[in-house]
Design a protein around this ligand. Structure first.
Ligand code: ZN
Length: 419
C-alpha cells in the first residue's frame, strides 16, 4: 500500500466512523430501519429485485405506521440504487434507510449510503430492525493490518492471510516425509538421511508457497506469524527457508496443535498479543518521535490553533490526529475583521464568540459554512501542503496523552518555526 493509499484509508475510516456513530444513535419505533450490505460481486439488479420483493412483503405488516415506514425506507434505497452501474464499487456498498425517532412522537427519514468500506463486504445481508446494523462495518474499522500466516508440521502446511480480524486460508501442502518407522530391509542410516532430505524438501516447498504469496505484498505486510508443534516451526525458521524480507517480518512463533486450515485460526488466537503490539507499532513510534522533538527542541507543535498555523506555513512533516477526536471548528469574523476560531464538541450547539482582539460578541456566520469538522479542516490544509496525516490510537499511554493533554492534534515539524 502506498503512503497515499494508507492516508486515503485512514481518512475514509474516519469519515465512516463519524457516520456510524450517528447511525448507532438512531432508533425506530418499530422494526422499520433497513440495512443492506452488498458485496462487490452482487449485481445491483439483484439487489433491486430483492428490495422490490421486500417491499411487497411489507404490505403484510399489521401496524400501518411500521408498514409505511418500511416501504418508505425501501423506496428510498431503491432510488439510491439507480445511481450504481451493474455492480457496486470495489469493496461493495452498505445502504441504510429508515424513519428514526426525532423526539416528541415525530420521525425523520434518514438515508445513508457508504460506498467502498475499508474491507470488502463478504456476503449479502438484508436487515430490518429497530436499529441499523452497523456491527460488520464497525469490525472492519476496528481492524488494522495485513499479516501472513504459516502453520506447519512435517506432514502438512497451510498459509494464508489475516486481514483485520478475518482469516483467509489460501494454500496448503502435504509432505511425503516418511514416518519414523522404517521398513524392514532398509538401512537405518539411509532411512534417516532420506527422511531428513524429505523434511528439508518439504520446508522448502512450504517456504516457496509462503514466499509466492507474501513477497508480492511485502510492502503492505505488517508481519508474519508462524505456528506449529516444536521443533518443526523452530527448524523451519532457524533454517532460513523464507525469503529474507519475509523472515524479517516474523513477529513470533507459536504452538498450535493443528496444521490444517483450522490451525490458521488457532495461530491468530495464540499470537493475539504480538498482533496487538504490531498494530500499534507505527502509532507508538510516531508518538515517540513527537515527544523526542517536543523535549529536545522546537520541531514539534500541538493543539488545534498552533498546529493549524504550522500546517498553513507548510512546516508540518506529519500531522498526528487522535483517533477518538470528534470536534468541529467554528470560524468567527467580527466587524473589525478579526478572524478567530473555536473548537467545540460535535454534539454542542454553536456558541457565541467573544473576539479576543476587540471584545466584540460574534455569532457564527451560518451561510458561509463557518462550522465544519475540525479534522477535515486540518486534513484539507495538510493535503494542500504535502503533509502526511496519521490517525493515532488511544490504546497506549502516549496515544492517550495526545488526546487528553494535547487536544488530540499535534505535528512533527520539518523545521523549527517558533510558532
Ligand atoms: Zn475583533
Amino acid at each position: 500500500m502506498s503512503q497515499q493509499d494508507a492516508e486515503q484509508t485512514d481518512r475514509k475510516k474516519y469519515e465512516f466512523r463519524k457516520v456510524i456513530e450517528d447511525l448507532k444513535e438512531y432508533e425506530g419505533s418499530g422494526t422499520q430501519l433497513v440495512t443492506i450490505y452488498v458485496p462487490p460481486d452482487k449485481q445491483i439488479s439483484d439487489v433491486v429485485a430483492h428490495v422490490t420483493q421486500e417491499h411487497s412483503e411489507a404490505s403484510n405488516i399489521k401496524s400501518k405506521q411500521t408498514r409505511t415506514a418500511v416501504q418508505d425506507a425501501l423506496s428510498s434505497i431503491k432510488a439510491r440504487l439507480k445511481y450504481f452501474d451493474t455492480y457496486p464499487p470495489d469493496n461493495g456498498v452498505v445502504l441504510f434507510s429508515g424513519a428514526v425517532d426525532s423526539g416528541g412522537g415525530r420521525t425523520d427519514m434518514v438515508t445513508e449510503v457508504l460506498e467502498n468500506p475499508p474491507q470488502s463486504i463478504e456476503s449479502f445481508r438484508y436487515h430490518c430492525d429497530s436499529e441499523f446494523l452497523t456491527e460488520p462495518l464497525e469490525h472492519m474499522l476496528a481492524d488494522k493490518g495485513l499479516y501472513g500466516l504459516i502453520v506447519l508440521d512435517r506432514r502438512e502446511a497451510n498459509v494464508g492471510w489475516l486481514r483485520g480480524k478475518r482469516v483467509e486460508p489460501v494454500k496448503s501442502a502435504s509432505s511425503l516425509v516418511p514416518g519414523k518407522q522404517r521398513k524392514g530391509g532398509q538401512s537405518a542410516q539411509r532411512f534417516a538421511r532420506l527422511r531428513l532430505e524429505a523434511i528439508d524438501n518439504f520446508y522448502q516447498e512450504v517456504a516457496e508457497m509462503a514466499n509466492d504469496l507474501f513477497v508480492a505484498k511485502r510492502h503492505e505486510l505488517d508481519g508474519v506469524l508462524v505456528g506449529g508443534p516444536s521443533p518443526t516451526k523452530d527448524e523451519f525458521l532457524d533454517g532460513d527457508y523464507l525469503h529474507h524480507e519475509i523472515q524479517d517480518k516474523v513477529l513470533g512463533k507459536f504452538d498450535v496443535s493443528y496444521t490444517d486450515e483450522s490451525g490458521l485460526y488457532d495461530l491468530v488466537d495464540a499470537g493475539e498479543e504480538a498482533l496487538a503490539d504490531a498494530e500499534l507499532m507505527e502509532d507508538k513510534s510516531l508518538m515517540e518521535d513527537f515527544f523526542k522533538e517536543l523535549h529536545a527542541g522546537e520541531e514539534a507543535t500541538y493543539g488545534f490553533e498552533q498546529t493549524r498555523r504550522n500546517l498553513i506555513m507548510g512546516s508540518v512533516e506529519t500531522l498526528l490526529i487522535s483517533e477518538d477526536l470528534r470536534k468541529d471548528v467554528v470560524t468567527y469574523e467580527c466587524s473589525n475583521g478579526h478572524e478567530e476560531r473555536e473548537v467545540i464538541d460535535r454534539r454542542k450547539n454553536t456558541p457565541t464568540h467573544t473576539c479576543s482582539e476587540c471584545g466584540e460578541e460574534v455569532e457564527a456566520d451560518e451561510e458561509e459554512e463557518a462550522r465544519e469538522d475540525a479534522i477535515d479542516h486540518l486534513i484539507e490544509i495538510a493535503e494542500q501542503r504535502g503533509t502526511d496525516t496519521k490517525f493515532i490510537s488511544t490504546d497506549f499511554e502516549k496515544g492517550e496523552q495526545l488526546y487528553d493533554a494535547f487536544g488530540g492534534v499535534a505535528g512533527i515539524l520539518r523545521y523549527s518555526t517558533g510558532v
